[in-house]
Design a protein around this ligand. Sequence first.
Ligand code: XUL
Ligand code: CO
Length: 436
Amino acid sequence: MTEFFPEVKKVKYEGPKSKNPLAFKHYNPKEKVLGKTMADHLRFAVCYWHSFKGLGADQFGANTILRSYNVASDPMQKAEQTMQAAFEFFGKLGVNYWCFHDRDIAPEADNLAETNKRLDQIVKLAKKLQKDTGIKCLWGTTNAFSHPRFMAGAGTNPNPHVFAYAASQIKKAMEITKELGGEGYVFWGGREGYDTLLNTDLGRELDHMALLLHLAVDHKKKIGFKGQLYIEPKPKEPTKHQYDFDAGNCFAFLQKYDLVPHFKMNIEANHATLAGHTFHHELAFSAANGILGSVDANRGDLLLGWDTDQFPTDLYDTVLAMYIILKSGGFTTGGLNFDAHVRRQSIDNVDLFYAHVGAMDAFARGLKIASKMLKDKVLDKVIQKRYAGWDTPLGKQIESGKMDFVKLEKYILEKGEPKLQSGRQELLENILNEYI
Ligand code: XUL
Ligand code: CO
């Protein structure tokens, strides 16, 4: 069989002393942390779109990256070779999962029926490769944002004909995700928002978005798809404003439209920063509200205001992310999907390996450090002390709803000023540094 990445054999764990740039220094898949293997904690997935379909093009220039799987003139031959190359890459890297959009794996044909036939052909190959390698699908999704028909949105399009197209596409994408044993299905609404309010019926668009999601829930039941549904928040880009702005916004939307039981969040680090939050915040908010599902692991550049989708290498990010993930009980259906692409100048096959190896090691370190912090209860102890007042009779009476404004005022008139306490931020930041 053709080898598409001949310069790399299998990436192995060699430990922290290794100087081999193509070996893991920290990610040891079978090593146990808090009673579970690192592989089971981290559930790494490679994303199909950036890693195999993104070849360096940006708004200012064409592809810079040549890959040997991308040369056939027949589009379906190209699609099959790309799928073979992808599974060679997953196997050599040693990840257990992959994620895809429908349009990543098979190019659109002239009409929906032909497009779906193409999908069936490629899904057959993917299913065989999954069976041969044991690699599984973390989640599938629909690309309802690239084609010109979706320029004004998919579910939120002013034209119901486009809504019907989006629904048909989601129907098929959900069916093939089920066929591939996908453990989840993501909704990211790249054009579900507006460019100007001057031409937008915002309230009606939100109702339509909710309708589309309800139809998806119904279809999921109908076909017996057991995967978890996720919404991936992002505030902007490509539209000026996206309705799924951040986890808080999504949660309010899900509550208003009775969708909470059916959806969890797929939190992406770079989307969090675009929303003016930290990755840590979006994870913590989701965990606190029981909607933390999966993660698109990447990072942005604080000096650039767009979605640079860089590979995650910042240990502060990975430690704090793993801290929240572990504290909330760990992934069940979700995982860490590298929604990231190599830079435009990283043109060699080996760069794709360096990128993933570094990111996997960064999260493995994050896992190990976070598990130590949890075991030592460093933050727990400080937080417990900080909120200790809520375990006194006053705190308990307020929390249990026994106090009203009149009683609270009486308390203050009797007791006077509260005693102030330090928030200890600098100390905690120093402690975090010590752990890292
Ligand atoms: C776009 C993005 C998407 C979703 C899947 O910013 O993150 O790739 O993850 O559609
Ligand atoms: Co993403």
